[in-house]
Design a protein. Sequence first.
Length: 66
Amino acid sequence: MSIAKHVHSLQKHLAQFGLYPVPEDAENETSAVFRICFLNKYEIERWRELRSEEEGGRQQKDKDQS
């Protein structure tokens, strides 16, 4: 299997999880073979915890100011 087929297969597999290629910068003359950014389930869970703590802190602050 060629590299292009592997990349296409990988992109198709990742799309099942909502992960898509980063758009190429048209002004950037350097070419990149591929870029993959993802968060694993533990990072996502921690991000959600931090976000809910932030929102909870904001709501408490708003109540205190009322």
